[in-house]
Ligand binder design. Structure first.
Ligand code: SAM
Length: 302
């Protein structure tokens, strides 16, 4: 058995990879060989690499979008819809949707919605609640929670801030469709420059820290602390090392598409919270354990 075949056999437990390789074998064996070689860390000529790159960006929405802007919420939004609802023509995109890492992003949304609702209710017993959804994208997480629980209430509101105008416009549309637009202010701009009129009870930071190095994460958390009430809660997540361990092939594909992650484990996220001046309360994960969401409250030193 040739070593490439052996390699594919080793991955047979993952049906999504096999399906992708079968398709590529028929459509473009060179791309399949490139994927195997690059995954194994073998030397590849610039010519082959260039041909693969061309194939990748012309045959996959995910790849074109992440190559242009690795932080784009266009990708998270596609993953939230998932393979069941989206029938994307590209086998690479179908692969991303079916992969464990891809599915974990949808599972993350579910976990955030459940936990956010619980945390809102804790504050709501004491006072009206203001949420800052920073780097919100459209802010589907908060919109869904509001649509499920708070459509007819006036004591829970949110501010969604994103520097991507299209994400903000999309958020406004989704909030209007779900009849919660009266509860959310949408702001286009950097949340790092945002000066809040009122401090937030809860800050949500989802899909922001994942590509960033340790020290940058600390600096961001320090900065946004100014916008959080003394007894407020920060919910901030990161992709975990479990994703890299249990779905290394998808992580490799992501890297090829400029979709770079700094995988962090619970202890590292805890350290980031601590060094930025937050008391670590707890964390929760999606059902795959591929995304860790830390929950903390600020320490204020006088
Ligand atoms: C991967 S998306 C995540 C969107 C959303 N939070 C979610 O979890 O579905 C990251 C978003 O953060 C936004 N973003 C990154 N840095 C930002 C900053 N400094 N200010 C405002 N938006 C930012 C990007 O424009 C993008 O929409």
């Amino acid at each position: 058995m040739k070593s490439d075949e052996k390699f594919v056999k080793k991955l047979e437990f993952d049906e999504a990879v096999i399906r992708l390789f079968k398709f590529l074998e028929r459509e473009n064996p060179e791309v399949k060989n490139f994927l195997i070689k690059s995954y194994k860390g073998l030397l590849i000529s610039p010519e082959t690499e260039e041909r693969f790159y061309n194939y990748f960006i012309s045959h996959s929405i995910f790849s074109t979008a992440t190559v242009a802007n690795p932080a784009t919420s266009v990708i998270t939004e596609l993953l939230y819809k998932g393979a069941e609802k989206l029938n994307l023509p590209s086998p690479i995109d179908q692969y991303f949707l079916r992969s464990k890492a891809g599915r974990s992003i949808k599972a993350r949304l579910k976990a955030i919605e459940e936990e956010l609702h619980k945390i809102i209710e804790e504050y709501r017993q004491k006072r009206a609640v203001l949420i800052g959804n920073l780097g919100s994208g459209p802010g589907r997480d908060v919109i869904n929670v509001f649509a499920s629980h708070y459509r007819n209430t006036l004591d829970v509101r949110a501010v969604h801030i994103d520097k991507d105008r299209f994400a903000i416009e999309r958020g406004k549309r989704i909030a209007t469709i779900k009849k919660v637009n009266h509860l959310i202010d949408f702001i286009e701009g950097s949340f790092l420059k945002y000066k809040p009129v009122k401090k937030f009870d809860i800050i949500l930071l989802s899909g922001i820290l994942c590509p960033l190095e340790f020290e940058i994460c600390i600096a961001i958390l320090k900065k946004i602390k100014q916008s959080l009430k003394n007894d407020g809660s920060l919910i901030a997540g990161n992709v975990s090392k479990k994703m890299l361990k249990e779905d290394p092939f998808t992580c490799h594909l992501m890297k090829l598409g400029n979709w770079r992650m700094v995988f962090k484990d619970e202890d590292e996220l805890k350290q980031i919270f601590k060094k930025a001046g937050y008391e670590w309360k707890r964390c929760f994960t999606d059902s795959y354990g591929f995304n860790i969401m830390g929950v903390g409250t600020p320490h204020f030193y006088f």
